[in-house]
Design a protein around this ligand. Structure first.
Ligand code: 6PG
Length: 229
């Protein structure tokens, strides 16, 4: 039963570039509102490739980076400088190009292994909740962050070690539903025909990991026409 007070709002755009522009604009507006409200902006980044275009746009943004606190929704258990790390993609596309104070960038120490990194990151985000904005992608199987269909985790656990993930690498670390849902805003970026089936399943109400993330006030989905058809 979907919670009508936490709706999923679909916003269709012509292509991936338009999704990226809309995402960057929404993120900056969320930052402006949060900084005006509390003096800081706590954002959780999505991994994978979809958000990269939006991250590149944010590298040129005019905002007070001293107020940003940057966390990650998930990370792959690879060396800290490995090109397949979500943190490496975010740094190369965006974070290494802006004056974000290093102490306000909180990568998941996934190079330490899933169990140890999850334990460490629980302590990191316990003091960060509620988030202002959580960015997410969606996999072709309906996974989000590193929450995969068919895998279960303790519901009260803020950060999970993930083993045998169907999307390589098999060892990962992921924020859990409880942490991802403790956010004022949820922004899901979806582009490309490869995501069509997952989107259709989501819209018809299938119990996918992504459909369980609605935040405190619902989720906004920025989707291109290729994924929406
Ligand atoms: C990861 C991501 C994952 C990603 C989806 C979509 O570590 O792989 O966190 O959840 O968001 O798999 O990936 P793409 O954006 O590359 O399609």
């Amino acid at each position: 039963m979907t919670d009508s007070s936490k709706p999923t709002r679909w916003h269709t755009h012509p292509d991936a570039d338009a999704v990226a522009t809309a995402a960057a604009n929404r993120i900056l507006q969320s930052a402006t509102d949060a900084i005006a409200r509390s003096g800081q902006f706590r954002i959780v980044l999505a991994g994978g490739r979809t958000p990269e275009k939006a991250y590149r746009l944010l590298a040129d943004a005019d905002t007070d980076w001293r107020c940003w606190e940057i966390y990650y929704g998930d990370e792959r258990c690879l060396p800290a400088d490995h090109e397949e790390r979500n943190s490496v993609m975010a740094r190369e596309a965006w974070l290494d190009h802006v004056p974000l104070p290093p102490e306000r960038h909180h990568p998941i120490p996934a190079e330490c292994g899933a169990r140890q990194a999850a334990q460490s990151y629980r302590d990191t985000i316990a003091t960060a909740l509620p988030f202002d904005l959580v960015l997410l992608g969606i996999g072709e199987d309906g996974h989000t962050a590193s929450l995969f269909p068919g895998q279960s985790h303790p519901p009260a656990e803020l950060v999970h070690p993930v083993h045998q993930a169907p999307k390589p690498p098999p060892e990962r670390v992921s924020l859990g539903e409880r942490a991802l849902n403790d956010s004022r805003e949820i922004l899901v970026l979806v582009t490309g025909a490869g995501k069509r089936k997952a989107v259709q399943a989501w819209k018809q109400g299938d119990a996918l990991p992504v459909s369980r993330i609605h935040g405190l006030h619902g989720a906004d989905v920025l989707i291109d026409t290729a994924a929406a058809q």
